[in-house]
Write a protein that binds this ligand. Structure first.
Ligand SMILES: *Cc1c(COP(=O)(O)O)cnc(C)c1O
Length: 411
């Protein structure tokens, strides 16, 4: 914490949070501490510190004893993300799924095994809850049904907004109100704190797959939960017991990723909004999903074969995941949401013709040319329809005005 009374803006925090002590250390870049263990000649003192951690999930000042209890480089990332989300603290994990697992185990540890959740969620989150492999039990509801689904043993309410992969949004303030005293977990992976801070709407836990926008370059796997200190203590104890720790190199890369997060998210969001606009006006596309809140993700349903579009892109990478500097496209029914039973998937609004595009930092005209070609290849391949060249149709596509009734932007 610093002693500034005026809160710093997000863009400032993004480049300075977690680095406040560096100048005093005579450093500019954060140091990477790869130690797995830390020497101490005083084993009585170590015993007291281990006891304190086991009881309260906090270490007093001093080295972490052993790397599964904590790591200074990872702690910098946790501090920085907490500052961006406006929470007391944050606890980092090896992946987004490890982070969600720790939340569920922390609640089970408190004797609260029931979870209320709203679909859609990321496919593996859905699967983890549905399978109940950790001993939890889920009740799926729509947002309006949350209050009625809460039981005495409900330990968690979970939503994603905008949700993976349909970009469906829920009213977080209304949802938080419906939760009463049950902690609300919001998966904020898609929005990032640049577009939405769920704590301000009443969420207690904010989860990220840090693999996505926080890292931002497709080269680091991580997860994090931003929350109050009380809940963080439970999460640190679970992390110590189960071992899903974030590697210090990953912590370094995630901290570095945060520094460009606001710039990346704003630039990619402008591109995504423009692509959503052009897709909405395109007859080869039957429905476009682009959230009210904005963001760098676009989902759209195609009239033809979605697999042909995936096979047809050249600039855009046909790959699962999202939030990288380069654009990615995937077919949720085949990959990200394959583990969700087909009926549940469709009932959650995940059409078999839905494609999910993560806009990167490429030029929008290059991305559109690639999408247009991939959609056109699909059209020609499946239906043998000749498409006019891009230049010939562009004026019609950029014309403003409401889309035909058969095509609409899902809000
Ligand atoms: C990818 C993703 C996850 C899982 O994160 P991993 O880092 O892949 O374990 C969770 N939630 C959302 C919304 C995601 O997109």
């Amino acid at each position: 914490m610093d002693d500034h009374s005026r809160p710093r803006a997000l863009a400032t925090e993004a480049v300075h949070a977690g680095r406040d002590d560096l100048a005093g250390l005579g450093l500019h870049a954060p140091p990477i501490d790869l130690s797995t263990t830390y020497p101490s000649a005083d084993s009585r003192a170590e015993a007291a510190r281990v006891d304190a951690f086991a009881a309260h999930g906090v270490l007093d000042d001093g080295p972490p004893v052993y790397a599964r209890l904590g790591n200074p480089t990872v702690a910098r990332f946790e501090t920085a993300l907490a500052r961006l989300e406006g929470t007391d603290t944050a606890v980092a994990f090896a992946s987004g799924m490890a982070a969600l697992t720790a939340v569920l185990l922390a609640r089970l540890g408190a004797g609260l095994r029931h979870v209320v959740a709203v679909r859609p969620l990321y496919g593996c989150s859905d699967h983890l809850l549905t399978a109940g492999a950790l001993g939890s039990e889920v009740t799926w509801v729509d947002a309006a049904g949350i209050a009625d689904a809460i039981r005495p043993d409900t330990g968690l309410v979970m939503v994603e907004s905008p949700a993976n992969p349909t970009l469906a949004e829920v009213d977080l303030r209304a949802v938080a109100h419906a939760c009463g005293s049950v902690p609300l977990l919001v998966d904020n992976t898609f929005a990032t704190p640049v577009l939405q801070r769920p704590l301000d709407s009443g969420a207690r836990l904010v989860l990220h797959s840090a693999t996505k926008y926080l890292g931002g370059h497709g080269d680091v796997l991580g997860g994090v939960v931003a929350c109050d200190e009380l809940f963080a203590r439970e999460l640190r104890k679970v992390r110590f017991a189960t071992g899903g720790v974030l590697h210090p190199l990953a912590g370094y890369l995630l901290l570095r990723g945060l520094s460009t997060l606001p710039v990346r998210v704003r630039a990619a969001s402008a591109t995504a909004a423009e692509l959503a606009r052009r897709l909405t006006a395109d007859p080869r596309v039957t429905r476009v999903h682009y959230p009210r809140i904005g963001g760098a993700m676009v989902a759209f349903e195609v009239a033809g074969d979605p697999h042909a579009v995936i096979a047809g892109v050249e600039l855009i990478t046909p790959a699962v995941s999202l939030g990288s500097v380069d654009s990615l496209i995937q077919h949720p029914a085949s990959i990200s949401h394959r583990v969700v039973a087909a009926d549940d998937r469709r009932a959650a609004g995940v059409s078999d013709r839905l494609l999910r595009l993560s806009a990167g930092l490429e030029d929008v005209e290059d991305l559109w040319a690639d999408l247009d070609r991939a959609l056109g290849a699909e059209g020609r391949g499946r239906h043998d329809v000749r498409r006019p060249a891009l230049s010939a149709v562009r004026p019609a596509r950029t014309a403003d005005g409401p889309p035909p009734a058969s095509r609409r932007v899902a809000r």
